[in-house]
Design a protein. Structure first.
Length: 365
């Protein structure tokens, strides 16, 4: 009887070992087994997953920076003379044209000086004509003619100075633009001194922004490269511009490299000098490689693999070789090709051969 019990115990042990040997091996990444996945597929249908269509991407993102915009042409008009303001021909925020009169000063004295200088020129011209006749007839020495010519030249120079002094009483705008600032003292009847600021005029037809870039970023920026500018005043729309200039060296105070971006103003008066803006510049010459999202890569021992959604609706396991990591992406040197749909979600519920339904294809960013 004891032998019978012993045989039964040995028999059950053998059966248990056989069954254990037939049990499926768990997936190291998901802890799911192929049999369990197949049973789930049969009971519930395809697993909904998200995937990305991989491609060769830039390994360096856009160069981004913020700053304050300004007109590509901005001038501060100052007085070149002193006197009493007679008329003001502009107001804050108004548009002015190139050459338009913005301030007129009293020019009574200057006009009298011009009239006097013109009389002196006329007299000197008559004296020169007389000296030429005398010298040509032999009735005067050559030196008299030389002196007459010098006197005329001096009179003409004084006339030019007098005319400039009178013209300086009329102050014009050197550019077309909008009046950004206006000194509060610029009113009719007030006096003005030499060098006094009158107004700052901004040409808003073309705008620019100066950025400060680091040494890692500056190597991917080139003259003439496209740039995209965003202003809160313009909503979500970007304005396309270009890299106008790049400093040959860094700013000694900050160590950064000044870069100027320019663009045509497409939002009119909503763009004003001094508004903040953000700029992105697609990198020039950035390295390119095939990449996949890092969270799509699984490990089993020393192997790395991904799941690719096939055209016939199945998940296929692909062994991959990976390189450097850039942010949330891994460079893949072998195992997948451009255009493959790499699964990035539901990885714990699938195995090689699982039926899948790709419900959303995300951009590989």
């Amino acid at each position: 009887m004891k032998h019978v019990h012993l045989r039964l115990i040995i028999g059950f042990g053998v059966i248990a070992l056989v069954l254990a040997g037939c049990a499926p091996t768990p997936d190291a990444a998901s802890e799911a087994t192929a049999r369990e996945v197949m049973e789930q597929d049969a009971a519930m249908g395809p697993v909904s997953v998200e995937a990305v269509e991989i491609a060769r991407d830039r390994l360096i993102g856009d160069v981004t920076a913020n700053g304050l915009i300004r007109g590509s042409r901005e001038v501060t008009v100052v007085s070149e003379t002193q006197g009493i303001i007679e008329e003001v021909g502009f107001a804050l925020g108004e548009s002015v044209t190139e050459g338009s009169v913005i301030v007129t000063l009293d020019d009574t004295i200057q006009s009298l000086a011009v009239a006097e200088a013109r009389e002196a020129v006329s007299t000197a011209e008559l004296d020169l004509a007389a000296a030429e006749r005398l010298v040509s007839s032999g009735n005067a020495p050559q030196v008299q003619l030389t002196r007459a010519r010098a006197t005329l030249a001096g009179a003409r120079a004084r006339l030019a100075q007098a005319e400039k002094a009178r013209n300086d009483r009329t102050i014009e705008s050197p550019i077309e633009g909008l009046v950004a600032t206006m000194d509060s003292s610029i009113q009719a009847g007030n006096s003005i001194t030499v060098g006094a600021p009158i107004a700052r005029i901004v040409d808003t037809n073309e705008l620019e922004i100066m950025l400060s870039l680091g040494e890692r970023e500056i190597q991917y920026v080139a003259d003439g490269a496209p740039a995209y500018v965003s202003l809160a005043a313009a909503g979500e729309a970007e304005m396309r511009g270009y890299v106008h200039s790049i400093a040959a060296g860094s700013d000694p105070a900050t160590g950064s490299f000044p870069v100027v971006v320019r663009w045509r103003n497409t939002i009119g008066s909503r763009a004003r000098s001094g508004l903040s803006a953000s700029v992105r510049i697609p990198p020039v010459g950035a390295p390119v490689a095939l990449t996949v999202p890092a969270n799509a890569v699984r490990e089993a021992g020393t192997e790395r693999y991904v799941y690719v959604a096939s055209n016939d609706g199945f998940a296929r396991r692909r062994i991959v070789e990976t390189g450097a990591r850039y942010g949330d992406r891994l460079v893949v040197t072998r195992g997948v090709e451009p255009g493959d749909q790499v699964i990035v979600s539901g990885l714990g519920n699938i195995a090689d051969g699982s039926r899948v339904a790709v419900t959303l294809r995300l951009a590989n960013q």
